[in-house]
Design a protein around this ligand. Structure first.
Ligand SMILES: [Zn+2]
Length: 70
């Protein structure tokens, strides 16, 4: 019983953490292609940065954007 419950919990956790956040955010907020007004960037492919929250947020990739702030 306990072992089964734990295994099911692990399985669900793995699924949730493997979901791309931009899909999760889009699904919850329903923002689609509108500008979210508060871009949060991620490195899409080493050339372009995209916003987690909307499809309107795109800019050229710059590694300094992701450097730790001192
Ligand atoms: Zn955005």
């Amino acid at each position: 019983m306990t072992r089964t419950a734990r295994g099911r919990f692990r399985w669900r956790t793995k699924i949730r953490t493997s979901l791309p956040w931009f899909l999760v955010n889009r699904g919850l907020a329903g923002k689609g292609t509108a500008d979210c007004g508060d871009h949060e960037w991620y490195n899409a492919d080493g050339e372009v940065e995209c916003c987690y929250h909307c499809a309107a947020g795109r800019r050229p990739y710059d590694p300094t954007h992701f450097a730790p702030a001192d």
